[in-house]
Structures are given as structure tokens and as C-alpha cells.
Design a protein around this ligand. Structure first.
Ligand SMILES: [Fe+2]
Ligand SMILES: [Fe+2]
Length: 274
């Protein structure tokens, strides 16, 4: 069983990076096109792809339409998770063919039970409208508790906001504010093998409440590593990448970091110098 996690696509708005004195423009849509091709062409093709939030830059219907068109070429089942840049109703309206999305207006959390006999996927919703930070809430935590109690099959859990302190102050101020409640559930449910998050646009890995916690790099563009309170974050020229969760009953879970393109789609937009 192989599950690919792509994160933080931010479709709809290009990003400019100062690189070696040049202004470089990154086009997330062109990069996603490359990612779709890379996933389709993997020697061992994933059984599923989870897109873990910030799917669109501003959560508009138009941006989701572009996203929908780009992933239409993906030949692998795709599961969507919302992030702080997303909008539940716009996402649901464009992806009305994705029946697994929960019908509740304020949640897109769901379980995927029928992908394989071995692994269950559980995707959580940490989106808080008009906020960059994330929250799970009592209702969702109760639902997760009941869902985990229903089966001892191994689980991969996905959510946009990391419930840990990453050591990057800018992102730690907008993490998942009730993540420790989730930690208690993880501790009492050892069938949860790993938690896959996004949001930070960097590859980060930690042991957390007895499970591995992975923050996926962006499949679009990365942010600089800023571990000081004073430093802000800026987009940087690092390759778009995904995480691959490889589960075998005989071997357990192994997670690979895999570049999906050698570099993002770059365009030099440096103007004439005065
Ligand atoms: Fe993001
Ligand atoms: Fe985010």
C-alpha cells in the first residue's frame, strides 16, 4: 500500500522569489501539472493521493476550477483535505464528484475504509474561517474517538495544521491550537501509525505521542527555514516534493521524501535595470 501526500498547492496566485539578484516567478499551476505527471509515471504507482490543504491560494471557485482541471489528469484516486487558504463550500461545489467529503457545512472530515484491506485513511478538518491557525473542536475529536474505537486496522491520519511546535515561530503561532487533545487520542490508539500534515511548506518529522508525525513539503514552493523570532518567512527556490507512505504488513510503515520535479516552474521576470 503506497499513499502519496501532496500539500500546499496554492493554485491561483504565482509567487515571486529573489534568487541570486534575479526576480523569479513560480507558477503553482504549472508545477502541479508536473506533479500530476510525476505521480502518474512513478515506477510503483501510489494507490491514493492525499492533498493536505491550501489547495487554492484564496479559496475561490475559479481557483478550484483550475485545480480540478489540473488533477483531472491524475490516474490515481485523490482525497482532498482543507487548509487555512481554502473555503469549504467553494471546494465542495467544484468537487461535487468527490462523494467522500462530509456533508456537514462546517466540516470536511472523513474516513476512507475501502481503499485496501490493511490501511484506513482518516482525514481531519482544521480550517477556521478567516483565521490562519487551525482548530479541531470537541465535535470532531469525539467523532475521531468513536471512529478509531470502531476498528484496530492501521490508520494514516491527515490534517493541514501540525499539532506540534515545529521550532519555526511564524508557523507555531498559527498551528493547531487544540492539538494536544488529539495527542491524547493518538496515545490511546496505537493503530494510528502516522499523522501527515502540511501548512509549513517544509519537510519536518517528529515522534509525537507514540506515532510518527510528518509535515509534508509543499508540492508547489517551499518557505525559508526561519527559526528565530525576529525572522520572517519568504518563499525560496527549493524543489517541490511529496511524501510517500509505504505500508507493508510484514514491515510496517516507511515514509519517503520524493521530489516531484527538479525545481518549480520558474520564470525570470527581472526587469531592465536603470
Ligand atoms: Fe500553505
Ligand atoms: Fe496553511
Amino acid at each position: 500500500m503506497l499513499v502519496a501526500q501532496i500539500s500546499d498547492l496554492h493554485i491561483g496566485v504565482s509567487v515571486d522569489v529573489n534568487f541570486g539578484g534575479k526576480q523569479i516567478r513560480i507558477d503553482p499551476a504549472a508545477t502541479l501539472k508536473n506533479t500530476v505527471t510525476a505521480l502518474n509515471n512513478m515506477a510503483t504507482r501510489p494507490d491514493a493521493v492525499v492533498a493536505s490543504g491550501d489547495l487554492a491560494a484564496d479559496g475561490t471557485v475559479d481557483q478550484y476550477r483550475i485545480f480540478h482541471e489540473l488533477v483531472a489528469d491524475l490516474e490515481i484516486p485523490l482525497f482532498l483535505v482543507p487548509g487555512n487558504h481554502d473555503d469549504r463550500s467553494a471546494l465542495r461545489s467544484v468537487f461535487s464528484d468527490h462523494d467522500y467529503l462530509c456533508a456537514e457545512p462546517d466540516s470536511l472530515a472523513y474516513v476512507v475504509d475501502d481503499l485496501s484491506d490493511s490501511i484506513r485513511l482518516i482525514c481531519l478538518d482544521t480550517l477556521v474561517v478567516n483565521k490562519h491557525g487551525g482548530h479541531l473542536g470537541e465535535r470532531q475529536l469525539k467523532w475521531l474517538d468513536q471512529t478509531l474505537a470502531g476498528s484496530h486496522r492501521p490508520v494514516l491520519l491527515f490534517m493541514h495544521h501540525p499539532p506540534i511546535s515545529t521550532g519555526i515561530p511564524v508557523f507555531d503561532k498559527m498551528g493547531c491550537d487544540d492539538g494536544e487533545r488529539l495527542g491524547e487520542l493518538i496515545e490511546s490508539n496505537p493503530q494510528v501509525l502516522a499523522i501527515g500534515c502540511g501548512h509549513v511548506h517544509r519537510s519536518i518529522h517528529a515522534m509525537w505521542h507514540g506515532a510518527m508525525l510528518h509535515v509534508a513539503p509543499s508540492a508547489s514552493y517551499q518557505y525559508s527555514l526561519s527559526m528565530s523570532d525576529q525572522a520572517g518567512i519568504v518563499p525560496t527556490i527549493e524543489s517541490p516534493a511529496c511524501l510517500l507512505y509505504h505500508y507493508r504488513e510484514s514491515n510496517g510503515l516507511v515514509v519517503h521524501h520524493c521530489e516531484t520535479a527538479s525545481l518549480p516552474e520558474l520564470k525570470d521576470i527581472t526587469g531592465p535595470r536603470n
